[in-house]
Design a protein around this ligand. Sequence first.
Ligand code: S5P
Length: 474
Amino acid sequence: MLKYSTAMDAELKELAVALFEIDALKFGDFVTKIGLKTPVYFDLRVIVSHPKIMARLAKVLWKLSENCSDISQICGVPYTALPLATLISVNSNIPMLIKRKEVKAYGTMKMIEGQFKPGDNCVIIEDVVTSGSSILETVQVLRKEGLEVKDSFVVIDREQGGRKNIENHGIRVKSLYTITGLLAYLLESNKITPKIVKDVTDYLLRFQAPTICVQDKRLKTPFHIRASNAKNAIGIKLFNLMEMKQSTLCLAADLTKANDILELANLVGPHIVVLKTHVDIVEDFDNHFVKRLKELAKKYDFLLMEDRKFADIGNTVSLQYQKGIYKIAEWADIVTVHAVAGQSIVDGLKNGLKDIDEPRGIFMLAEMSSKGALTNGDYAQNAISIAQNSDMVCGIVCQSNIFMNLGLIQLTPGVKLSNSSDDLGQQYNTPESVVNSGADLAVVGRGITEAENILATTLEYKEELWAAYKKRTA
Ligand code: S5P
């Protein structure tokens, strides 16, 4: 928080109390929309029902523009900050832009409404900063259109890493309140107790948003060191296996006959670290197939991943994991999971392991490889937060370098020796480019299974991927 004059300080304190009294700032036991517990909840959307407070907030927020030269556009991050940006625009007589929140559905749809020239300096207005991803998404669109973005004015900085993430992208963050400052104002005004201050402070220390940055320590750190940062036993094993076999290849054995998968595993087993299945496409699935697959996994030292992409409520996924024809929990070292259901999905899977003694791990999907996937922005960041909260998660499935945690493995599908796509939306990148985008483990399916010489092609992928990893960590 900036150093303020006494008058500004008094105004901020009064405004903090006003926001508290209209329930824009709440303290207690809350569960976030993704199922994480939090002792603090900010909902500045309610200000639209209190025009006087909204007008005061907009006025004081615009005071942050002092010393900022040549602001020629104002853009509020949708939606909560839009009314604030509108008021600021009207009061300051500086034009405003609206960034669309909807996913771009077709080529010609504009992402920004309003008139501007390339080079216009646009300031960002935001209500609350946690990871910074919403501001960064807005900035990305503005910069793509040629606008300059140097400053963002924020009502509350939750002090969870967002400021740094935004500053890493060359944007200054000026906030009216940090959480610490806000707590102090409310405590002085007898609105909250010292216990609330302590609970919130402890919570903030524990839950820092993942870094969103281009440069990343994770990419430079070798697997054997990262193994010591992993919380999950399968994660540790996988790091060590990659190093030992000098392979970061996960084979997607998307074949429909059990014998074809077993033959493939027998052929390439020594060169892969994970064999990934979709058992629901195997027409002659039976217990013998599982038994043979496990024998081959043991013989050639690779792990079995069932790419089930669980996505239901805890109770259902617990049953899907243990029961039915496939009894996945009994044989798959790793399963994949969508984050859409929130934290409870991880708890559900854990519950499905009551009768299993062997270690098990999860790869959480944060981004998908298919064209038009909806897994962007906050969704991906929330998936990472859930993943970081659990000792069952050994890695993240994503397309780019969007997390920093050294102990988690980035699994990237959509890999072929040349950039291409298929007819059903799959998009491919080369082994070197996925490794440079953070992939630790790369999924190759048809690039290998449809090759003329499967063994030679497997070796080609394995070697290209390993060379790119060595170059990245050199
Ligand atoms: O985003 C994703 C996530 C996964 S797990 N995109 C994907 O393609 N996958 C899986 O990776 C997909 O289900 C398939 O098994 C494999 C890619 O296969 P390929 O033949 O396109 O290389």
